[in-house]
Design a protein around this ligand. Structure first.
Ligand code: CTP
Ligand code: MG
Length: 342
């Protein structure tokens, strides 16, 4: 027939080699990365806020512990991002909502500002602003899995600097192109970082820490979280591979535009491989989980980070991956065009 289907175009582009002059753009991408990095001063302020809030909360709840998690602790945070904190507290008498309300009172007494307890959110939190440092933050309760996956991401970032470079640029692209909004059916920053780790595992730039002998172990709810965390011993792991950030960015978008098999595959950094939807029983819609792009959470393995994506937003996402892949392949100024607002 005369009809060339989009499937066929994808198939033809699948084996397309990277443009030969891709490395011309490496300095541009690296300077974008550096402009997004938080300063030492900002990191010091975040630590200061953690210390002062811990002190305040501990006077009321001596057995509680406050943890930083999310972008300010996983090393994938941009400058000026909000701070995510998690209060770990073992109190059988109080519900999460009671804890949130009491926490709001404690913060009020401690002179913090703009305190808002959001008890009806899917994850109940208290929002606040610290007048001392000018920082805003959200505090959730007993979400220890997030604290542990934050450590996993931070540990991966220490093995090869290219992970942080790649994930910063992918997150920056996703925010500008409006595909980083879970409540609108696109992907979380956490999901994008996992996609970057997976790509680097396939290229043997990163190992699979959860497949190695465990040196770190915690059980959170019913999830066994175990992996090799002595990452300072692995800082030569990816040295045999000399791919630059430009080439990895091209590979990332090329993979999600033309190589990933959306009907069959699940990416899994837990195993360092692609596994099948069949094996996970993620082949059909169950409730609101549609499994149109499958990204396995490293610890909560029944959780598909792509489950928020629906039949409309999958199209938007895939078009954005194709746009990015084509810009990196052909555009004379990819480090500018890639980040043109949607
Ligand atoms: N998280 C999670 N499961 C998800 C989404 C998020 O456990 N499905 C946890 C992770 O610990 C993650 C944290 O919540 O590090 C914050 O998630 P997110 O806002 O997506 O990532 P940030 O790194 O905070 O990115 P941003 O800079 O966009 O705020
Ligand atoms: Mg965040």
């Amino acid at each position: 027939g005369h009809h060339v289907s989009s499937q066929r175009i994808r198939f033809q582009r699948r084996n397309r080699p990277c443009r030969y002059d891709i490395d011309r753009f490496t300095p541009n991408f690296l300077s974008i990365f550096e402009s997004l990095m938080p300063s030492e001063e900002e990191i010091a302020k975040q630590k200061q806020l953690l210390t002062s809030l811990s002190r305040l909360i501990n006077t009321e709840w001596p057995n509680s512990k406050l943890y930083l998690y999310g972008s300010c602790a996983n090393s994938f945070g941009f400058s000026n991002s909000d701070i995510d904190l998690c209060l770990s507290i073992d109190d059988k008498e109080m519900s999460k909502v009671d804890i949130i309300l009491k926490l709001a009172d404690i913060l009020q007494a401690g002179n913090l500002q703009n305190i808002q307890p959001l008890t009806r959110a899917r994850v109940p939190i208290v929002k606040l602003m610290d007048p001392e440092t000018g920082l805003s933050c959200d505090i959730c309760v007993n979400n220890l899995l997030a604290v542990v996956n934050t450590k996993l991401l931070r540990d991966y970032a220490q093995i090869d600097r290219r992970l942080r470079q790649l994930a910063f640029i992918v997150k920056h692209w996703a925010k500008i192109r409006c595909v980083n909004e879970t409540y609108q059916g696109t992907l979380s920053s956490y999901a994008y970082v996992i996609m970057c780790i997976h790509l680097l595992q396939l290229r043997r730039i990163l190992p699979c820490l959860q497949e190695m002998e465990a040196t770190y172990y915690v059980k959170v709810d019913e999830n066994n979280c175990a992996y090799f965390d002595q990452v300072e011993k692995l800082n030569n792991y990816g040295a045999h591979n000399r791919d630059t950030i430009s080439r990895l960015l091209w590979a990332f978008f090329h993979y999600w535009a033309y190589e990933h098999d959306y009907t069959r595959d699940v990416i899994s950094i837990r195993t360092g491989r692609i596994i099948s939807k069949e094996r996970k029983d993620w082949t059909r819609r169950v409730g609101n989980d549609r499994h149109l792009i499958c990204i396995e959470d490293p610890f909560e393995i029944s959780h598909d980070l792509g489950r928020v994506v629906d039949k409309f937003t999958i199209k938007i996402l895939r078009e954005e991956f194709e746009r990015a892949a084509n810009i990196l392949q052909f555009d004379p100024n990819p480090s500018i065009t890639l980040f043109e607002p949607y």
